[in-house]
Design a protein around this ligand. Sequence first.
Ligand code: CDP
Ligand code: CDP
Length: 241
Amino acid sequence: MKKLTIAIDGPAGSGKSSVARVVAQRLGYLYLDSGAMYRALALKALEHNGLALTSEKELEALARATQIELEAVPASLGDPTVHNRVLLDGEDVTQAIRTGEVAQAASRVATIAGVRAVLVAAQQRAGLQGGVVMEGRDIGTVVFPCAELKVFLEAAAEARAERRWKEHAEKGEHLPLGQVQEEVRQRDRRDIERKVSPLVRAADAVLVDNTAMGVEETARLIILLAHEREKELAAGLGGTP
Ligand code: CDP
Ligand code: CDP
């Protein structure tokens, strides 16, 4: 069977990372978290004291001068899903990029066209071989517009914020729910309203609302869709999904 390129896009907390990881693992595909690249660049910008997050020229230059790699980490007994190790100029920043501050900064640097051009090119190189599940905001629209399967994951805003809040709590960070809701809301708005590659469902993406579904159920649905696409392609019905 031909290996597919699967694009999963959606707003914060819609389940992209957790679902994409399970899908990639079950299909034996490469999992790539494009958001981690924006987060890594944002971390570097934050560490460069004085580099304003709105300084377009400087941030584009920083993107060009930065090496960001996503290393596939296979499932293990300790962690039964595949994930990505994130290397920023060779340094492991996998954990350091998972803070609220970095998330907000990532959504700021992601509004800059020159930054996106650099990171999109890197993402296209990483997924060139196919057999990949890449998740983000513009994968089905910009990075892989010819992906054989595109999914737009949605969930109610309250459910998404609650999921994020729970995640923080599990890490021992007890933030007020209202604060997490506001952070998610601000980031979504920035992603939807930006001029370059805004968060939008590709016309040929399957809309999956998983407000009332768990990670496993959502992943199973996407795997079914992937098998359907494989069969269509094998039968020569190549058209859009
Ligand atoms: O990557 P994205 O921001 O879209 O979401 P995520 O990081 O995959 O999911 C955020 C949290 O929601 C994780 O803790 C998931 O386990 C949880 N989740 C859930 O409870 N039910 C779903 N259907 C999807 C995700
Ligand atoms: O996991 P979560 O959905 O919270 O965010 P993420 O996927 O780690 O992405 C962090 C930020 O990077 C997003 O809020 C977007 O502003 C940006 N991003 C983007 O613009 N395009 C992508 N393909 C992926 C992320």
